[in-house]
Design a protein around this ligand. Structure first.
Ligand code: SAM
Length: 232
């Protein structure tokens, strides 16, 4: 591992806004060798122990370096934002920025999203963003909007809560529209190219902030798609 990464990992340990848990503390095996996901200390306590307020919690799944989480937190000061990703060296950037700028409504969680139910309690989360997730062309079950993932999200998302998907992948866009209803999510909006033509008034804000990858894909001329789901 390069020195830069090692330095980032060491600095990650010092950030109060970054929660990291080794996989060994999340998964336990029962007597028959079956894996059990163990609840983590912050489950049900994010507002009390991390943010010290009662504001709605919004997650960004696969947040990378956390730019979108940070921009959203600046726009919506009355909400709490948690960026989730598995890559510590990427999260370092967002966590360092949030720490140095004393952002009170931003946190980051390093985990595989497969284990997300260990970290959030029923009704703890109001909204979820899935931004430019890997479309996993050969492994549909690994897609972050696969019904298996949506069912995990339902264990902590409030009824009526939203899941937003922004992606350059037509495959992931079509897949999500087709499969989300089977997991109990209603499609509230879908647009196959949000930067072409007019958007409905209630969608215009999705253009206002762009993720790191979104800017890159736009430069390459790729259409950006958007789906808004509601846990109904
Ligand atoms: C293409 S990047 C997008 C980053 C950011 N959302 C953006 O739009 O700029 C996808 C990110 O999702 C993360 N990711 C993908 N699958 C994941 C999983 N199962 N658990 C945690 N993170 C995951 C990757 O580590 C990567 O940082």
């Amino acid at each position: 591992m390069g020195k830069g990464k090692l330095h980032r990992f060491a600095e990650n340990e010092t950030f109060g806004c970054l929660v990291q848990t080794p996989v060994g503390s999340i998964i336990r095996y029962d007597a028959g060798g079956l894996p059990i996901i163990e609840d983590q200390a912050l489950k049900g306590c994010w507002n009390g122990n991390m943010f010290h307020n009662g504001n709605p919690i919004v997650l960004e799944l696969g947040c990378g370096k956390g730019e979108y989480t940070i921009e959203l937190s600046r726009k919506y000061g009355e909400r709490n934002f948690i960026g989730v990703d598995i890559k510590g060296a990427r999260l370092w950037k967002g966590a360092k920025f949030a720490t140095e700028n004393n952002l009170p409504n931003v946190a980051f969680l390093r985990t595989r999203i497969e284990f997300i139910t260990a970290f959030f309690a029923p009704d703890e989360v109001s909204e979820i963003w899935v931004t430019f997730a890997d479309p996993q062309p050969k492994s549909p079950k690994k897609r972050l909007t696969h019904p298996d993932f949506l069912n995990r999200y339902k264990s902590f998302l409030k009824r009526g809560g939203l899941v937003h998907l922004k992606t350059d992948s037509r495959l992931l866009y079509d897949f999500t529209l087709e499969t989300a209803p089977s997991a109990g999510f209603k499609v509230l909006a879908a647009d196959p190219d949000i930067y072409s033509g007019d958007l409905a008034d209630n969608l215009s804000e999705i253009r206002e902030i762009k993720t790191f990858y979104e800017k890159r894909f736009l430069e390459e001329g790729l259409p950006i798609t958007y789906v808004r789901l509601q846990y109904s």
